[in-house]
Design a protein. Structure first.
Length: 314
């Protein structure tokens, strides 16, 4: 009953969670739909405001231009350009005494002065061009002289290099001759040294072949005193008697090792036999105990059956 109630509660909770999840999904869908509608309305409002501003600007550009206003002549930026100047020339009839447009000391010969200045500038320009041409001619002359000097200097340098090459060639020839003579002397010296070395090697080989070392004379290993009976640096090995003694000792060692192994094998076999007998005795004892236990249970069962019969009879 508790399990069924628990399953019912779990099922009810799952249904509630499913209902809540469905409600959240419907609410989220409604929120998305409202967000889309709000975005569309905002976009429509922005478009309407843009269209209204565009129409207002178009109307002001077509029907409310600045030049159509009554006060435009007061704020016209081109008013000074359109107006006549206060003084056109020195002979302007509007230049009266009270108009303060002409004063004493003013430059009335401006045209002549400008013409003179232009002529003077032209003369200065021609003089500068002449000076520039003269400077170019002087520079060209200097460059020609420098080129001739460089050519002459290069010729002298080449002549010096040619002489230096000839002297170097003569030095190289003398060095080659000296080196050739030195090489010939060195070859002759090497041949003499090689012949002497071959002779020394042959003498050494002959001495070694006739000596006690290569002939392996066993007597050379005998020391001069009893403290060092054998010279290890001259010892050439054991003789037959020593080898036979070593082999006999090795055979005795092998026999002794076999005897020890046989004793070990017998001892292990005895231990195995004793362990087997102990295990067999343990098994027999366990079987006897099981048999006694089984007989006791049978006797107990019989006794219990008799007691049961007696109790039923009473």
């Amino acid at each position: 009953i508790d399990k069924d109630a628990l399953d019912a509660q779990v099922k009810e909770r799952k249904m509630q969670e499913a209902a809540e999840k469905a409600e959240h999904e419907r609410f989220a869908h409604a929120m998305k739909k409202n967000d889309k509608l709000i975005c569309l309305l905002e976009e429509r409002q922005k478009n309407e405001i843009r269209d209204m501003n565009k129409a207002l600007n178009e109307f002001q550009r077509n029907f409310q231009r600045p030049e159509t206003r009554r006060e435009f002549d007061l704020n016209d930026p081109q008013a000074l350009k359109k107006d006549r100047p206060a003084r056109v020339s020195d002979d302007d009839p509007r230049c009266s005494v009270s108009g303060m447009q002409k004063f004493m000391g003013e430059d009335l010969n401006y045209d002549q002065r400008m013409k003179f200045q232009k002529e003077q500038l032209r003369e200065w320009s021609l003089q500068q061009q002449k000076d520039w041409k003269n400077a170019l001619a002087d520079q060209k002359l200097a460059d020609d002289l420098y080129d001739k000097f460089r050519i002459e200097l290069d010729r002298k340098i080449m002549e010096e290099q040619r002489k230096e090459e000839e002297s170097r060639r003569d030095v190289c020839t003398a060095i080659k001759t000296f080196n050739r003579i030195q090489a010939a002397e060195l070859d002759h010296k090497n041949e003499l040294e090689k012949a002497q070395k071959i002779k020394d090697d042959m003498d050494e080989i002959t001495c070694l072949l006739r000596g006690d070392f290569l002939s392996e004379n066993p007597d050379q290993a005998i020391g001069p005193s009893s403290k060092h009976p054998v010279l290890v640096d001259r010892w050439k090995g054991l003789n037959q008697e020593q080898l036979m003694a070593i082999r006999q000792f090795q055979k005795e060692q092998v026999l002794e090792k076999q005897r020890v192994r046989e004793q070990e094998r017998r001892r292990e076999a005895e231990w195995d036999r004793q362990r087997l007998q102990a295990a067999r005795a343990q098994l027999l004892w366990e079987r006897q105990q099981q048999r006694q236990s089984r007989e006791q249970r049978q006797d107990l069962d019989v006794r219990n059956a008799e007691l049961s019969q007696e109790q039923k009879a009473k």
